[in-house]
Ligand binder design. Structure first.
Ligand SMILES: NC(=O)c1ccc[n+]([C@@H]2O[C@H](COP(=O)([O-])OP(=O)(O)OC[C@H]3O[C@@H](n4cnc5c(N)ncnc54)[C@H](O)[C@@H]3O)[C@@H](O)[C@H]2O)c1
Length: 403
């Protein structure tokens, strides 16, 4: 394949879905390293926010790099798919959720690309960055081949954790995969702007590598949550046991603490892997029942100690994880729903979340609640001073996790 005529492109990178939680940090990182980046996103409010120099969500460390990139004219956004034709590298980072019956949508990426297809042109490199159902890269290769353009496809999965994007994008090794060696080389060169280390796999290996990574993490959280419930049922503090067993014992150093394991990725990627195995993935499904069952367990334990029907319960932390404003698939909301059925009143607060008008100031919740539950381990709660009972499965307060 001939080298692309780079001078023909006004931009180095277009990020499709680039106003999202993964796409925007990536676009900012490329722009910070000198690339000329344009975002294409169907969310007009998010596009307007980016062009006005406002981050549509909180990502620690992103603001100064973002402001610099926008001011330098290296980063802009558009809801018009025509911008896809302007860049040499076309990176796709749209969401790939499972549906309400836990089915992956293998057509999500081809459908999103459908609107951009008329603007793909010879010399571009199409890079899938979303977490995809295995086989989607091959499907997209087929789709692009049908367009009659010379645009090779690469799959380079995103592996950052939300909240750490602006450090991890510059430090994690980048997995790079493509059928054609020249395409893999071009993808490696692009991600080489961010980091020194690239790892080359074939697309089918890379698709599984990403799903295995998230599922591995989800299963580890489920194991810890199971251990927590076993210990707790015996009146024992799992954190004391975990601290004891892992002290100067490296083989157990990676055992996580208990906590709500949720959010937009781990659960759905475990379900993608289950669907790939014709639903014969007992370990993955068990991890789901354990992790999704933790809020139910917590409420049933609290019911044994308190007359919930007579109490106002305060939930602190509605985001899916500590330090985040992201409520997607947060188990704090499942906890809220269950408690609304059992308790006299449920009041919720979160110092980061801005998308839920029902949230109250923390002082009001702590003042009016009879019982508090920390549902997301925000660092602010370390200094929580209250005489009310607090259920703290995360050990944020450092007083143990027994409930
Ligand atoms: N969130 C994470 O921490 C994380 C980490 C690693 C990988 N991933 C993967 O990255 C992908 C994106 O996740 P996310 O959390 O950023 O999702 P998101 O919902 O925050 O962002 C997706 C963006 O794509 C836009 N979009 C949707 N359809 C589009 C279309 N047809 N054309 C253009 N734009 C479109 C949306 O408006 C949104 O801004 C998923 O596959 C996810 O599994 C996420």
């Amino acid at each position: 394949m001939a080298e692309p005529a780079v001078r023909e492109f006004d931009r180095d990178v277009v990020v499709i879905g680039g106003c999202g939680h993964v796409g925007l940090p990536l676009a900012i990182a490329f722009a910070d390293r000198g690339a000329r980046v344009v975002i294409h996103d169907v969310s007009e409010p998010a596009v307007a926010a980016v062009n006005a120099g406002q981050l549509p969500f909180d990502e620690p460390g992103a603001a100064p790099l973002f402001a610099r990139a926008v001011a330098a004219g290296r980063l802009s956004a558009s809801a018009d798919p025509a911008v896809v034709g302007a860049a040499e590298h076309v990176v796709v980072v749209i969401g790939t959720p499972v549906d309400e019956h836990l089915n992956p949508d293998q057509t999500a990426i081809p459908k999103a690309l459908g609107g951009c297809a008329p603007f793909l042109r010879d010399g571009q490199l199409l890079i899938l960055r979303s977490t995809v159902f295995p086989g989607v890269t091959a499907l997209v290769e087929k789709m692009v081949a049908g367009l009659g353009v010379d645009v090779p496809v690469a799959f380079c999965p995103e592996r950052i954790a939300e909240g750490k994007a602006m450090t991890e994008l510059f430090t994690l090794p980048q997995i790079v995969s493509a059928r054609a060696p020249q395409a893999a080389k071009r993808a490696a060169a692009l991600f080489g702007l961010l980091t020194d280390q690239t790892v080359e796999l074939i697309p089918e290996e890379a698709e599984l590598a990403k799903l295995f990574t998230n599922t591995w993490r989800y299963i580890k959280f489920a194991a810890a949550n199971s251990f927590y419930m076993m210990a707790n049922d015996r009146g024992l503090d799992f954190e004391r046991i975990r601290e004891g067993l892992s002290r100067d014992y490296p083989r157990a150093a990676d055992m996580p603490g208990a906590g709500f394991a949720a959010g937009p990725c781990l659960f759905k990627d475990t379900m993608q892997l289950a669907a790939l195995s014709n639903n014969n993935f007992a370990l993955g499904h068990t991890a789901m029942t354990v992790n999704e069952g933790l809020p139910l367990y917590l409420v049933s334990r609290l019911e044994q100690r308190f007359d919930l029907a007579a109490l106002t319960v305060g939930i602190l932390g509605m985001a899916f994880k500590g330090g985040s404003d992201d409520t997607r698939s947060s188990l704090a909301y499942k906890l809220k729903r269950v408690l609304e059925f059992k308790a006299a009143r449920v009041l919720c607060a979160d110092p980061f979340v801005t998308c839920d008008v029902r949230l109250l100031p923390q002082e009001q919740v702590t003042a009016q609640a009879d019982l508090l539950i920390i549902a997301a381990p925000h660092p602010q709660y370390r200094d929580l001073a209250t005489s009310k009972p607090v259920a703290d499965i995360w050990n944020v307060l450092g007083q143990g996790v027994r409930v």
